[in-house]
Design a binder for this molecule. Structure first.
Ligand SMILES: NC(=O)c1ccc[n+]([C@@H]2O[C@H](COP(=O)([O-])OP(=O)(O)OC[C@H]3O[C@@H](n4cnc5c(N)ncnc54)[C@H](O)[C@@H]3O)[C@@H](O)[C@H]2O)c1
Length: 270
């Protein structure tokens, strides 16, 4: 396998909370492919200290930033360019949080302040990152932006609650901003729609364990791991995908195009 797909490229990785985080795997693989990166997460996530281990391992600096704050995102892009020595060639948006999911509020009776927060943190933050980057002219010509999403943006999964709207909005922002940034600077914006994955965000969802097994049974080649998600992100950051933009790419073992599997039929056949 090649080891220099991202050689000389500068990137920003959001959302590495612990070793289970998808962003953690993306950071490790981006480093292994020759990229120089900065890591960022919400200041509150820093207190857990895990991200420091990743930073030490791959020789990256950490820049705390709440993804809802324009001020902090501006500092993130300014400092990243300073540290890495030039414009940014790629960034990963790997951010999701819903207070309604955390508090177990039913979808039909949401707390609207929390709803707003979920949309701001999980979706609008992608718009803010892109807008800040554009104003600072912080991205290089043909740079690549990837955000992580879930199929509940397009089909109903009751347990996903208000995160469904957040993901629908996130995917729409990728298409809309992808148009404008593509015209302006050939910048590419894509989303990767990932299988259920055992992470902190994933485990916060009610019935996740059972659904994980169900999805695995439906998918002809099984659930996609976080490592395989990282590989898709690396491919999208690389020049090999330089004409791919405004797409939602399923990394789900074929789940999204499968109606039912023989394993599920067998299970129903009591
Ligand atoms: N785990 C799954 O099943 C799954 C499936 C599809 C998509 N995804 C998506 O993948 C992405 C990464 O999630 P994960 O599963 O690796 O879980 P994770 O909990 O490891 O990552 C979520 C990250 O969001 C960060 N975050 C929350 N609020 C923030 C804020 N205000 N500012 C900056 N960062 C903030 C958290 O600190 C955390 O690092 C999310 O967008 C998630 O929705 C996850």
């Amino acid at each position: 396998m090649s080891t220099d797909l991202l050689k000389g490229k500068r990137g920003i990785i959001t959302g590495a909370l612990d070793t289970n985080s998808i962003a953690w795997k993306v950071a490790e693989r981006a480093h292994a492919q020759g990229a120089m990166i900065t890591l960022t997460n919400a200041p509150v996530a820093m207190r857990m200290g895990e991200i420091k281990k990743l930073a030490d391992k791959i020789g990256a600096e950490i820049i705390p930033a709440d993804a809802t704050s324009i001020e902090e995102l501006t500092l993130l892009f300014e400092k990243s360019q300073e540290i890495l020595g030039g414009k940014i060639d790629f960034f990963l948006h790997s951010i999701g949080m819903s207070p309604n999911v955390r508090k177990d509020n039913p979808y039909t009776d949401l707390n609207y302040e929390f709803y707003h927060k979920a949309l701001d943190i999980s979706a609008m933050s992608l718009h803010k990152m892109l807008s800040v980057a554009m104003k600072l002219d912080a991205l290089s010509e043909g740079a690549s932006v990837v955000a992580l999403t879930y199929i509940a943006s397009q089909r109903t999964y009751p347990f996903y609650n208000d995160m469904a709207e957040a993901k629908a909005m996130l995917e729409s922002i990728a298409r809309s901003f992808g148009y404008h940034y593509g015209k302006k600077k050939r910048v590419r914006v894509n989303t990767v729609s990932q299988s259920p994955t055992k992470t902190t965000a994933g485990a916060g969802i009610k019935g996740f364990e059972q659904f994980f097994d169900y999805a695995d049974m439906i998918s002809p080649i099984g659930n996609a791991s976080s490592e395989s998600c990282a590989d898709v992100c690396i491919a999208l950051f690389s020049d090999l995908t330089r004409m791919v933009t405004m797409q939602n790419i399923f990394n789900d073992g074929g789940y999204s195009n499968t109606g039912v599997s023989s394993e599920v039929i067998k299970k129903m056949n009591k």
